[in-house]
Design a binder for this molecule. Structure first.
Ligand code: GAP
Length: 434
């Protein structure tokens, strides 16, 4: 993990937010490579979950919703962790993580913390809207993106004229005042979720739960997670909320253990019923054929974009010993998520003109990095570390035979390809099939 965190900072994938002020716990910034990785992941999710289906609509709702939303959802009352404060060092700990509290740095004669009784600590971050300071102006930064999907269910269904079953999907920021943010971006206070709420008839909830479980597993497998690093963990009966018939986590084996990257939940009719009650609006639907009136059941898939990026990076990271006794650090990222698809590297600055021309041509369809400075071996290593799947080297022979060398990041094998064929050659290799 330490090596990965250091690579992420050194190469500009992810680093602490407000670093010049010493950082701010639980907040992270994605640099030039990180933002490309993240955008690629989100685009693949959107492509798979929204664009390739005619039964899913997209949404981009505001981060701040009407405060009643969070009363209806139960977050105001229940979204809390039990926590204890140490009276001596003033640090706060989650009651279920006391074994990690360590020694108290502030007590003399004893290294034990002086804990208060457990208290519930609401994890929603609040803010105020408008100029007044009264309670009515308090609002919350959403702790999950799905509640606005329920708020907008009626409107989206009407405008899209979707019959049940259908889904609404969105990607966006969520905020939780986590007591102990940790494990790099794994548990942060600001993060992104990609959520789908799929609305179906009560008789079909089992069928759609299985459908989405299989679809989501296929998505993660297609991203190239190594065999044995991905598993599902169905929730035991006693873990399920009363309205929930089934739930499972998709887990990745991080360097710090098996942890959830995505949750798939049968949420029943809880959300629409509650929002119906609190808003006074009827969120039920009528089956056009049978005329049956019912509140749809919801199957949810909720994946953390930051956690999946972290899993992708952890999965891709390798320090490889080479035959010549050297080691190289390489990120074996799936080309579809790799921040840079191809680096164009002329062997000499004298070849800059035709090499730049090739880079310009390739840029029309993919992210390209151009670098004509320094030793070619070192330039390859820098691209290996960034996870760039292909390097194209333009040499003096290219001027006469019209061919360039394409180097594969993982095998380090090189092949000569006609300059005019490079774009097509790469395009089919850097896309994720459906
Ligand atoms: N709407 C359901 C929901 O929000 P969740 O299990 O609380 O369910 C879903 O969150 C996903 O969001 C998790 O699987 C995880 O990937 C991501 N996530 C949750 N809390 C997070 C945090 N503090 N930091 C980073 N990602 C988080």
């Amino acid at each position: 993990m330490d090596d990965l965190v250091s690579l992420c900072a050194r190469r500009g994938f992810v680093f602490p937010s407000s670093e010049i002020y010493g950082g701010i716990n639980g907040f992270w910034d994605y640099g030039p490579l990180g933002v490309e990785l993240k955008n690629n992941l989100k685009a693949i999710w959107w492509q798979r979950v929204v664009r390739e289906r005619d039964d899913v609509e997209g949404l981009d709702s505001s981060i701040i919703a009407h405060p009643r939303t969070w009363e209806a959802s139960g977050h105001v009352e229940h979204f809390s962790d039990p926590m204890l404060d140490c009276r001596a060092c003033k640090k706060r700990f989650r009651a279920d993580q006391l074994d990690e509290a360590g020694h108290c740095p502030a007590r003399e004669g004893s290294s034990e913390h002086d804990f208060t009784e457990p208290r519930r600590f609401n994890l929603m971050l609040s803010t105020r809207i408008g100029a007044s300071e009264d309670a009515a102006s308090i609002a919350y930064l959403r702790p999950e993106t799905c509640q606005s999907i329920f708020n907008d269910f009626k409107r989206v269904r009407e405008v899209s004229r979707q019959p049940i079953p259908f889904g609404i999907a969105q990607i966006g920021k969520a905020f939780r005042n986590e007591i102990n943010p940790r494990n790099f971006t794994f548990r942060s206070r600001e993060f992104e979720q990609a959520e789908l709420e799929y609305f179906c008839h009560p008789s079909e909830r089992g069928k759609w739960f299985e459908h989405w479980r299989d679809e989501r597993l296929r998505f993660h497998r297609d991203l190239g997670f190594a065999e044995g690093c991905l598993r599902t963990r169905p929730h035991a009966q006693e873990e399920l909320a009363h309205y929930c018939q089934a739930a499972l986590d998709i887990e990745y084996r991080f360097p710090f253990g098996w942890q959830e990257i995505e949750g798939i939940h049968d949420r029943g009719d809880w959300d629409l019923t509650r929002h119906g009650e609190f808003s006074g609006k009827d969120l039920g639907v009528t089956d056009l054929e049978t005329k049956e009136r019912f509140v749809p059941m919801v199957i949810e898939t909720s994946v953390g974009i930051d956690r999946t990026c972290l899993a992708l990076l952890a999965n891709a990271y390798e320090e490889q010993s080479l035959d010549d006794g050297e080691t190289r650090t390489v990120l074996h990222l799936h080309p579809a998520v790799a921040p840079i698809k191809v680096a164009v590297l002329p062997l000499s600055k004298k070849l800059a003109e035709p090499a730049r021309e090739l880079a310009r041509e390739l840029r029309r369809g993919m992210s390209v990095f151009y670098d004509d400075a320094g030793n070619i071996g070192r330039r390859y290593r820098r691209q290996d570390e960034a996870g760039t799947p292909y390097c194209v080297t333009y040499d003096f022979e290219s001027l006469t035979d019209g061919r360039v060398t394409v180097r594969d990041r993982d095998s380090m094998k090189q092949e000569r390809i006609g300059v005019g064929d490079v774009r097509a050659h790469l395009r089919e290799r850097v896309e994720l099939g459906s």
